[in-house]
Design a protein around this ligand. Structure first.
Ligand SMILES: *[C@@H]1O[C@H](CO)[C@@H](O)[C@H](O)[C@H]1NC(C)=O
Ligand SMILES: *[C@@H]1O[C@H](CO)[C@@H](O)[C@H](O)[C@H]1NC(C)=O
Ligand SMILES: *[C@@H]1O[C@H](CO)[C@@H](O)[C@H](O)[C@H]1NC(C)=O
Ligand SMILES: *[C@@H]1O[C@H](CO)[C@@H](O)[C@H](O)[C@H]1NC(C)=O
Ligand SMILES: *[C@@H]1O[C@H](CO)[C@@H](O)[C@H](O)[C@H]1NC(C)=O
Ligand SMILES: *[C@@H]1O[C@H](CO)[C@@H](O)[C@H](O)[C@H]1NC(C)=O
Length: 405
């Protein structure tokens, strides 16, 4: 009895556990650490499963050379330069056509990100002359960038440019060099040769940049304070001081996973958070995993699966609860319970366990409201077992069991 009780409870209790996770948000550090900024919302994208077009919008625009492009070539962002592959989404820079270079840009549909931890697993372009970026953007003076220039790599090592665009960098013609918001940081690997995870944590007091989860640099001045969106782009304007190039062949950088954990500036989102977490309970804050290829945890189970994250102001308040994982768990749970009930049924018809089934204490005891609808149908099946309706199939099970021995 007690074994059955625990097995049954285990499967049913998993359902409430899934919902209990992350209701109060996501933290980079353990919640008992002296510093543990936490964030209420998440946007989790696995690009190897295809580009979710409701969450990421490919851009289509054209900037003429010299005047606006800040370089000898114009930039032509095209939807066709954003390509879905099984490895992830590719952002292509094309060999120049006349004075224009084809480029790619993806923008998050959400533009309510107000502080957060942003992580992307990427393999950068392997051709000289382009700039690949992963960045937060509000406007040209409230922007946090991680920018990769192939021309800065050497044989063994890579480089990443960590940048905060500020009024100061604007005053220098959008050049953050010689401001506190610039760090050209060496990497102990070549970003074009393998997959690596790049990350920045943005809080009101600082921006901390990471490569493969080791801290690269912290900036504390001109920290952006307005909400914005997340962006990825790959471009070249032939500026010898920055992108270099343009490359004479087409070249791509690939993003496999992107996780954003952030606070929302949207009042509907904030209200939804307040509803699922009326009082901050540390046990309902998830610690963000250092491996973003593990998309299962922690963000899928939260009441807001990534597929239901619509732009603020859309119909959904983001509080829907329909993770497909839940369906699978109920399925597994139900299958196990059916199996147990059949077994118990067999035993009960022949032996002394009948009272347990009659009282039906087993499921009703431990599984609460959510499980009860399931339980009633299983009880019905148990009735059928008792009344002998299941008999024809039982010998079959036995035969199959025997033939294996
Ligand atoms: C996490 O802890 C480290 C070390 O104490 C601290 O420097 C950092 O600011 C914390 N990060 C967040 C997002 O709380
Ligand atoms: C994010 O929002 C929560 C809830 O409003 C708040 O308690 C927390 O301090 C915010 N985090 C940051 C880094 O501002
Ligand atoms: C993108 O712009 C091009 C012209 O540069 C146009 O032909 C094309 O239809 C546009 N595509 C989308 C999806 O807007
Ligand atoms: C931009 O790229 C698109 C797609 O490759 C092409 O149709 C269009 O002519 C290009 N526009 C310019 C200004 O080069
Ligand atoms: C960017 O936004 C901030 C805050 O809204 C504003 O103060 C600043 O003037 C803006 N900068 C530009 C270049 O528009
Ligand atoms: C990239 O091209 C520039 C010229 O545009 C050249 O100076 C540099 O050495 C090249 N770098 C690499 C890594 O090939």
């Amino acid at each position: 009895m007690s074994l059955l009780f625990y097995i049954t409870c285990f499967f049913f209790l998993r359902i409430p556990l899934i919902f209990a996770q992350c209701e109060c948000g996501f933290s980079v550090n353990a919640t008992d650490a002296p510093q543990h900024a936490f964030f209420t919302d998440s946007l989790v994208t696995d690009f190897t499963k295809g580009l979710p077009r409701s969450e990421w919008v490919a851009q289509n625009y054209s900037v003429p050379h010299d005047t606006e492009s800040r370089g000898p070539y114009g930039k032509n962002a095209s939807v066709s330069n954003v390509v879905d592959t099984p490895d992830g989404v590719q952002l292509w820079v094309r060999a120049p056509e006349g004075s224009s270079v084809g480029m790619a840009e993806l923008v998050s549909a959400r533009y309510d990100m107000h502080y957060g931890s942003f992580r992307a697993r990427m393999k950068l372009a392997n051709t000289n002359g382009s700039c690949g970026s992963f960045f937060f953007y509000h406007n040209d003076t409230q922007e946090i960038d991680m920018e990769f220039l192939y021309r800065e790599y050497n044989q063994a090592d890579g480089m990443v440019n960590l940048v905060i665009q500020s009024p100061e960098s604007q005053a220098q013609g959008y050049n953050a060099r010689n401001t506190p918001g610039f760090d050209q940081h060496p990497l102990p690997f070549r970003p074009d040769l393998d997959w690596h995870e790049y990350r920045f944590d943005w809080t009101p007091s600082e921006v901390a940049f990471y490569g493969d989860n080791s801290l690269l640099h912290v900036m504390t001045e001109a920290i952006p304070n307005t909400p914005g969106k997340l962006m990825l782009n790959h471009w070249s304007n032939g500026d010898p001081g920055w992108s270099g190039g343009p490359p004479d062949v087409d070249t791509a950088f690939t993003v496999s996973h992107l996780h954003a954990y952030f606070n929302s500036s949207d009042s509907k989102r904030r209200a939804a958070y307040k509803k699922r977490c009326p009082k901050v309970d540390q046990s309902k804050i998830c610690i963000i995993s250092d491996d973003i290829t593990k998309t299962q945890a922690p963000s899928t189970p939260v009441g807001k699966p990534s597929t239901s994250l619509l732009p603020p102001g859309s119909e959904s308040d983001g509080d829907e609860r329909k993770p497909s994982k839940l369906g699978r768990d109920i399925g597994i749970g139900a299958a196990v319970v059916v199996a147990l009930v059949i077994l118990v049924g067999i035993a009960a018809t022949k032996h002394k366990w009948k009272p347990i089934l009659d009282q039906r204490v087993l499921p009703a005891f431990c599984c609460g409201r959510r499980a009860s609808t399931k339980v009633s149908s299983e009880s019905f099946e148990a009735d059928k077992v008792e009344s002998g309706e299941f008999e024809p199939s039982l010998p079959q099970v036995e035969r199959r069991g025997r033939s294996r021995i």
